[in-house]
Design a protein around this ligand. Structure first.
Ligand code: FAD
Length: 317
């Protein structure tokens, strides 16, 4: 039976739910091995936190170079494992860090890479949405080890408890992967809201907010949602660029996406149209985003959102 590697995805030392999504995709192809690249002394704890999804094996490599040298050290270790263990494929979470790691591993192992897949089938055909989501592409890697980055939230994860076999591996990292050192890093101020790309619900505001995101945030908080923004809103300085959804921002695929005062330019759709349910609140009935909405509210967001927030709170109490 073929074996598929997934790069275990951690945020602030905690596993993300993307691991179970990657493992679910991997299990369609063969048995799944999660690769945990952890600081010295933390590997086993991180491995044991990967308790969900069809993961049959975990390979742990411990090194402090992963945090000191970042992407180069991670890619080096992963490339060595791919070369020595010859998995049928390597699946990686499709965020900025994951895509950079995947690209470096592809170069190091002379392999083909597909990024931003929204699905992977049992014969390793990847599905991507391109040209702002207007075209669906099916493609396969034809050279080397298929390396595929998969967008978080795109695959319905199988949430079975995992009882994987754990193995620790010693690797000597290449001196070239230690040449750039991370001297300091500052995590973005996150607050209590979930990560934008991980969230099950995203509430986004656009130019229609006129710079006042308070009703968007209040509604998001009532729903336990992340807050997103259109580029018009981030360019105006109304919301941080880290929250921009779209072609030049983040790609999100939540269960529910609520767009408030956003017209629906193709560049915005590119980052959100794979959302499972789309709700649009806009005072212009001709706003293009209504074309892809599952539910639409024609109205002023400053009137609609406070009522919706009240409704959610009343429903919860
Ligand atoms: C190369 C390139 C990359 C880009 N990348 C991105 C990207 O990543 N993400 C992105 O979002 N955009 C991106 N854009 C910009 C994109 O083309 C649009 O300009 C932008 O998405 C518009 O944002 P908006 O919908 O908030 O604003 P607008 O298009 O101005 O729409 C505002 C909407 O709010 C509605 N409205 C106004 N007041 C209210 C109210 N009180 N209540 C309810 N509705 C109201 C209006 O009817 C209107 O539909 C990019 C553009 C380019 C050229």
């Amino acid at each position: 039976m073929s074996n598929v590697f997934i790069l275990a995805d951690f945020l602030d030392g905690k596993p993300t739910k993307t691991n179970a999504e990657l493992a679910t995709a991997g299990a369609r192809i063969g048995s799944v091995t999660a690769v945990v690249l952890a600081p010295v002394g933390k590997g086993e704890a991180q491995a044991s936190s990967l308790a969900t999804g069809p993961i049959s094996q975990i390979l742990i490599v411990e090194s402090d170079y992963f945090s000191q040298n970042g992407v180069a050290a991670v890619a080096d270790a992963l490339a060595q494992l791919v070369t020595t263990k010859s998995p049928a494929a390597l699946l990686v979470a499709s965020h900025a860090f994951g895509k950079e790691v995947a690209a470096r591993v592809a170069v190091r192992t002379d392999s083909g890479i597909i990024t931003d897949a929204v699905d992977v089938s049992s014969d390793l055909t990847a599905t991507q949405l391109v040209f702002g989501g207007s075209t669906t592409v099916h493609s396969k890697v034809s050279h080397g080890t298929p390396i595929i980055t998969v967008r978080p939230n795109s695959i319905n994860a199988e949430l079975t408890p995992a009882t994987p076999v754990v193995e620790k591996i010693e690797l000597a990292l290449d001196e070239n992967s230690k040449k750039a050192t991370i001297t300091s890093s500052k995590p973005p101020v996150q607050g209590d809201r979930p990560q934008l790309t991980e969230a099950n619900i995203v509430v986004s505001g656009g130019r229609g907010t006129n710079g006042d995101f308070s009703p968007v945030e209040a509604f998001a908080d009532s729903m336990g949602a992340a807050v997103g923004a259109s580029r018009a809103a981030t360019d105006a300085g109304w919301y941080p660029h880290t929250h921009q959804v779209g072609q030049t921002g983040k790609s999100v695929s939540p269960q529910l996406y609520v767009a408030c005062g956003i017209s629906g330019a193709i560049q915005h759709r590119a980052g959100m149209q794979t959302s499972k349910t789309i709700v649009v609140i806009n005072k212009d009935p001709e706003a293009p985003l209504f074309e892809i909405a599952d539910f639409g509210v024609i109205g002023d967001l400053f009137a609609v959102l406070p009522k919706a927030t009240e409704g959610v709170k009343a429903h919860k109490s």
